[in-house]
Design a protein around this ligand. Structure first.
Ligand SMILES: NC(=O)c1ccc[n+]([C@@H]2O[C@H](COP(=O)([O-])OP(=O)(O)OC[C@H]3O[C@@H](n4cnc5c(N)ncnc54)[C@H](OP(=O)(O)O)[C@@H]3O)[C@@H](O)[C@H]2O)c1
Length: 290
């Protein structure tokens, strides 16, 4: 029997890179759909490469040839030249699901976001809700993860926070009171790896062991710092102006800042991760701040 081929999208991302290391180490045959293989670092010589883009559905067919399982992590929280948040995070998922069905794949693993619904305040959450519906309505065996905030030392978000931490007071968009249960990317990757070795469809909420407001999270990441809360209309006007000047290279966008106002908690806490044999770490243990 031929080994199963796993198509992984988003392999260069925070969760994807952690997952890819695990899959390669366990001897899986992995094909990565990537825009730029260089961003895979040393792993690029250990995987099959499929050049592609969420904004180019034509690239999905080749990528899916002979694939048994799709792990679809790629998504975008900002508009890109090749597609809007909705096109890249919702429509592309629907197209990938359809292409996977046509191509004979058996299983589709997808990352939505905890609390995402069609009525969510942010474009990204609404897109993730639509994408999740498309996945779960498909004829494939589906595994859906709904994570709270995912973090890893050195990820783009903590890196930006680190830079903001150099200011006399750390700017926080809005009240900073929305609640999260941050989960380390390595723990999230362990959950996906565990789901890939078990059978059947499923839905798992991924949350860390602590419930923190965004304000608490900033303190957990940076230590005690004065915060300055910037009213959302002022954040929106400022970041829209930054985007007009900097284009796709903007250090932050309004859509990204607004995500900090989307609460992402579950009453189930770490139960689903533990069901997969993973005990998520507290943030202090990961960042060395606790
Ligand atoms: N991080 C969180 O707090 C969080 C919370 C809830 C849900 N999620 C979801 O969980 C999943 C994994 O998150 P993550 O933090 O690992 O994501 P991430 O670090 O932002 O990585 C995004 C991945 O998507 C790829 N990508 C972006 N635009 C693309 C395009 N047009 N074509 C092809 N690939 C594209 C990126 O590739 P490049 O290297 O080419 O940019 C990267 O590999 C995502 O679906 C995310 O939406 C994350």
């Amino acid at each position: 029997m031929l080994p199963r081929v796993i198509l992984l999208t988003g392999a260069t991302g925070t969760v994807g890179s952690a997952l890819l290391r695990r899959l390669v180490a366990s001897g899986e045959t992995v094909r990565c759909l990537v825009r730029d293989p260089k961003r895979l670092g040393g792993e690029r010589v250990r995987v099959q490469l499929a050049l592609g883009d969420l904004g180019d559905p034509g690239s999905f067919r080749n990528a899916l040839r002979g694939v048994d399982t799709v792990v679809h992590l790629a998504a975008s929280i900002r508009d890109q030249p090749r597609g809007s948040i909705e096109e890249l995070s919702a429509v592309a998922t629907l197209r990938l699901v359809r292409a996977a069905e046509r191509g004979g794949a058996r299983r589709f693993v997808f990352f939505s976001a905890l609390g995402a619904s069609r009525a969510s305040r942010t474009r990204f959450f609404r897109a993730k809700a639509l994408a999740r519906e498309a996945v779960e309505r498909s004829g494939l065996e589906t595994v859906v993860f709904e994570p709270s905030i995912i973090y890893a030392p050195g990820d783009p978000w903590l890196t930006l926070l680190g830079r903001l931490g150099l200011l006399p007071a750390v700017p926080v968009a809005g009240s900073g009171r929305a609640l999260f249960q941050p989960i380390w990317a390595e723990d999230a990757a362990d959950c996906v790896a565990a789901a890939l070795t078990s059978k059947g469809a499923g839905r798992y909420e991924l949350a860390g062991p602590q419930t923190l407001s965004y304000n608490d999270f900033v303190h957990a990441a940076l230590g005690p710092r004065p915060l300055v809360h910037v009213p959302l209309p002022a954040v929106r006007a400022a970041l829209r102006a930054v985007e007009r000047v900097s284009g796709p290279a903007a250090f932050a966008t309004w859509e990204e800042a607004e995500l900090m106002e989307e609460p992402m908690t579950t009453a189930r806490g770490t139960a689903d991760a533990e069901r997969l044999g993973v005990r998520p770490q507290p943030i202090g243990a990961v960042l060395g701040s606790g």
